[in-house]
Design a protein around this ligand. Structure first.
Ligand code: F6P
Length: 405
């Protein structure tokens, strides 16, 4: 018996299930493994032997999962220590792999999860253990190095831009001046906030000001920017990244400095409300709305990008295919082959190049004022949002799959 196991880790996306199902469907076609198991709640769940057999799941549920947002297999924010720091954990994990005759492990996640793949792959090689490890990328943050973009980003970008566009219309109804502050996710990087540059109305950009973590936030300069825009127009749309920080590195959206996840990352969110207060308290504008997109931007499958769904699926599919011949410790990445017409392909990259490292939004794509992005950002993002999925509806709502764990 030769089995594989797939698990999901980190924050969900609209398309992370498409990647898991890509692994599963590839095996249906290629028959490399006798069973495709799923670890529920990532590595944390596997350590608790919370494992199901995907091969036993109804094909209708499997097909529906491709069009279901969030991590259908559950997730975790679990920092795997080094072997030296927690030998028991490694020994236990490989005992569980042996018991379930696991030959290959596919981990779908971001840069922290690729660190897990890297550590486990090295450990197996050093101890001559017959288990191979492969990474499948995901994150709406789009901050994985080496690859062009990550699965999850295109759908989030499509959602954020649509919200900006629709709110622009809502903001334009009164004669009184107003400011809408929309907050996008992105702990370390501004890719998501910057993606709002693709929203246009009558050929003009909808978003007036964009603030990214890559540029130190200066409150006085920000107030001047908003006041200047309000002189030119009645409604001003501002998009901020949850990760914006002052020159000394303090996050504007940090929750009292105590909210850390298991990776030690600050739990962000709510920066738009802070900024709303900054605008009103300084008398720049009386009517200000704060719109925190929060989890909505990563689970809005009803408005996902078909391009993103396809690429997420392809990454999972390619990982399984690659596992037959490829060396353990690699992740599948996406390469942009051409922009117009848009074409991408997958490739393999060693997880050491991805683990714990961050791809920042390019400095040369930020305008001189540091309050917007250039046309390169527009051209980069636009192809990634193309295509709308044909979601099935029931009682007027999307019909999603849910695996009872
Ligand atoms: O996966 C990345 C991300 O989307 C970040 O932008 C955000 O800071 C984080 O997840 C928060 O997710 P959660 O609250 O689920 O840990």
């Amino acid at each position: 018996m030769k089995n594989c196991i797939v698990a999901q880790s980190g924050g969900p996306t609209s398309v992370i299930n498409a990647s898991a199902m890509g692994v599963f469907k590839a095996n249906e076609e290629l028959h490399y493994f006798d069973n495709v198991y799923a670890g529920i709640n990532g590595i944390e769940g596997i350590l608790n032997e919370n494992i199901i057999n995907l091969s036993h799941i109804d094909s209708e549920v499997i097909n529906r999962l491709i069009y279901t947002p969030s991590s259908g297999l559950g997730s975790c924010r679990y920092k795997l220590k080094t072997y030296e720091d927690n030998k028991e954990e490694y020994i236990k994990l490989f005992e569980i792999f042996k018991k379930h005759e696991i030959d290959t492990f596919f981990y779908i996640g971001g840069n922290d999860s690729m660190d897990t793949v890297h550590k486990l792959s090295n450990y197996a090689k050093e101890h001559n253990l017959p288990v191979k490890f492969f990474g499948v990328p995901k994150t709406i943050d789009n901050d994985l190095p080496v690859m062009d973009h990550t699965p999850g980003f295109g759908s989030a970008a499509k959602f954020i831009s649509t919200i900006a566009l629709e709110n622009k219309l809502d903001a334009s109804v009164y004669t009184a001046k107003n400011v809408f502050v929309i907050e996008a996710m992105g702990r370390d990087t501004g890719w998501l906030a910057a993606s709002s540059c693709i929203a246009t109305l009558n050929g003009e950009p909808v978003v007036d000001l964009i603030y990214l973590p890559e540029v130190a936030f200066d409150e006085a300069k920000f107030l001047k920017d908003v006041a200047k825009k309000l002189e030119e127009k009645n409604s001003v749309i501002v998009v901020v990244s949850e990760g914006i920080r002052t020159a000394d590195g303090t996050f504007l959206g940090e929750m009292g400095g105590t909210g850390l996840d298991k990776f030690g990352h600050a739990q962000l969110g709510g920066v738009c409300s802070y900024i709303k207060n900054v605008i009103t308290e300084n008398g720049v504008c009386k009517k200000v709305r704060a719109i925190e997109l929060s989890t909505m931007q990563r689970c809005a499958m009803h408005f996902a990008s078909q391009t993103d769904i396809d690429e997420a699926f392809n990454c999972g599919f390619a990982a399984l295919k690659y596992s037959a011949e490829g060396e353990s410790g690699y992740m599948i990445g996406i390469k942009r082959v051409s922009n117009a017409p848009y074409k991408s392909e997958t490739f393999a990259v060693h997880t050491s190049k991805v683990a714990n490292s961050i791809k920042y939004f390019p400095k040369e794509w930020i305008n001189e004022e540091g309050n917007n992005v250039t046309k390169e950002a527009y051209e980069y993002t636009l192809p990634l949002i193309m295509g709308e999925p044909k979601i099935q509806y029931e009682n007027g709502l999307p019909k999603y799959a849910f695996i009872t764990k």
